[in-house]
Design a protein around this ligand. Structure first.
Ligand SMILES: Cc1cc2nc3c(=O)[nH]c(=O)nc-3n(C[C@H](O)[C@H](O)[C@H](O)COP(=O)(O)OP(=O)(O)OC[C@H]3O[C@@H](n4cnc5c(N)ncnc54)[C@H](O)[C@@H]3O)c2cc1C
Length: 418
């Protein structure tokens, strides 16, 4: 805490006090009868939206309603890869906007979000992979996104542990490399935005499930929640895996599928990997956390569902993929596995949009790759809600693209889609 001089003894005393004298990071508010803006969903995106609404748009009375605890959804469950090397201009510009915010985020929030720009490699294993990589890197150069094409020898030089032998089932032929990409700490991101939003007067309300919307004359007037009714001039829904459930309560149909997505970590070990490695062809990716765990993931479970678990064969397949790349990890023990629910849109791009109900906005469909967008998503969504008109970077991601055909097809365009 500023102005306090912590000796080892005082830290020890704090420990014995069970942190009783520590100032809470944010205030636990109670639900008021009405707000200017209510944000549904207290994940990273919802908290970031509330923060930028208060900070950039000076909206006075804002609440974030979270049915569980803040940051306990996909924000807590993701593998934290941050990159902006998407193929299409609309997507690359949106994610690059987020990347620039990441680069100043700890300072802006006055909270260390542990953003580590350790680079991301997307491996190429076939001639077609390499052609796609070259095309995407060329597009990234035109978009102002840092990106390089590397040969297999250059990849080996940067990641000596990677098996680049030509006799592998799917030999590594090269990679794209984004040096400014990396990882951040998921809990720190949620806590940093929560603390900063709370300090700007945003009411953060946990254990408050939204059960319905009050809509009159085509305009949202309020919400029904597990803590009672609340009036709101505008409502922004940022509920990741449950977006279509919420939208249905307002009579809006979203083109989304909800799938389980799993990840797992190994036991902690000495630092061996200092970057992020993704491979679409063998289908797996890996980084190493600050605690020393290998953080591993791959693609979605193919069935639809809201169970945050996933099936064992996906773990099996992912572990096999990682061993193709790093056979020396065959004796590393895996520590724990978990799943989240991701909402996947037909073109693998988000929906940041007004809806047919006036005053009701949705930000969803980030699928397997929304963590990287947390600050950028909150920033453009806050603008969209405050102006009742899309932020220029969000405009291509409106709902009407599914009726007018202006899709932005990022499916598999940038290797494993995280
Ligand atoms: C295993 C896994 C790995 C991933 N890896 C990556 C990665 O490496 N990089 C990347 O960029 N992305 C990744 N993602 C995707 C990323 O986690 C999400 O896109 C992102 O976290 C979405 O953020 P959010 O704030 O919208 O969602 P969430 O954190 O899920 O927040 C939504 C909140 O809404 C709440 N909510 C839902 N319904 C209601 C209701 N009716 N009332 C009130 N509250 C409600 C939920 O409880 C939840 O807390 C991964 C996801 C998973 C599951």
């Amino acid at each position: 805490m500023p102005g306090q001089n912590y000796s080892l003894w005082s830290l020890f005393k704090h420990g014995l006090n069970h942190h009783k004298t520590w100032e809470p990071a944010w205030t636990r508010a109670s639900l008021k009868p009405s707000y200017d803006v209510v944000i549904v969903g207290g994940g990273g995106h919802g908290l970031a939206t509330a923060y930028y609404l208060a900070k950039n748009h000076k909206v006075g009375r804002i609440a974030v309603l979270e049915k569980g605890y803040l940051g306990g959804g996909n924000t807590a469950r993701n593998t934290t890869i941050v990159r902006s090397n998407y193929l299409w201009d609309e997507a690359a510009l949106l994610y690059e906007h987020g990347m620039k915010l990441w680069e100043g985020l700890s300072e802006d929030l006055n909270f260390n979000v542990m953003f580590s720009q350790r680079g991301v490699f997307n491996l190429g294993h076939t001639l077609q992979d390499m052609r796609d990589i070259e095309r995407r890197v060329a597009a990234n150069h035109l978009q102002g996104v840092d990106a390089h094409v590397l040969t297999a020898a250059e990849v080996k030089e940067k990641i000596p542990q990677l098996d680049t032998g030509r006799s592998r089932r799917l030999p590594v032929l090269g990679a794209s490399w984004q040096p400014r990409a990396g990882i951040a700490h998921h809990d720190a991101v949620a806590r940093g935005f929560a603390r900063a939003a709370s300090r700007l007067g945003v009411d953060l309300i946990e254990n408050c499930e939204v059960l319905g919307f009050d809509i009159e004359g085509g305009r949202v007037k309020g919400l029904q929640t597990s803590q009672g009714p609340v009036k709101a001039d505008r409502v922004g829904c940022v509920a990741a895996g449950h977006s279509s459930v919420l939208a249905a309560m307002a009579g809006v149909r979203l083109p989304l599928e909800s799938h389980p997505l799993q990840a797992f970590v190994s036991e902690s070990m000495q630092r061996v990997i200092d970057t992020v490695i993704m491979s679409n062809a063998v289908h797996g990716y890996l980084s190493q956390s600050d605690k020393g765990e290998l953080v591993i993931g791959a693609g979605i479970d193919s069935y639809l569902g809201y169970g945050q678990r996933g099936s064992p064969h996906v773990i099996d397949h992912t572990a096999a993929a990682i061993l193709e790349l790093f056979p020396q990890f065959s004796r590393v023990r895996m520590n724990r596995q978990w799943g989240g629910i991701v909402d996947v849109s037909p073109d693998a791009c988000p929906i940041i949009s007004k809806t047919p109900v006036q005053g009701l906005f949705f930000n969803c469909g980030w699928g397997t790759g929304g963590f990287k967008a947390t600050p950028g998503s909150g920033h453009v969504f806050a603008h969209t809600i405050a102006h009742d008109a899309p932020h220029p970077l969000a405009a291509p991601f409106a709902l009407d693209r599914f009726s007018n055909g202006h899709l932005i097809d990022e499916h598999g365009a940038a290797a494993v889609a995280h």
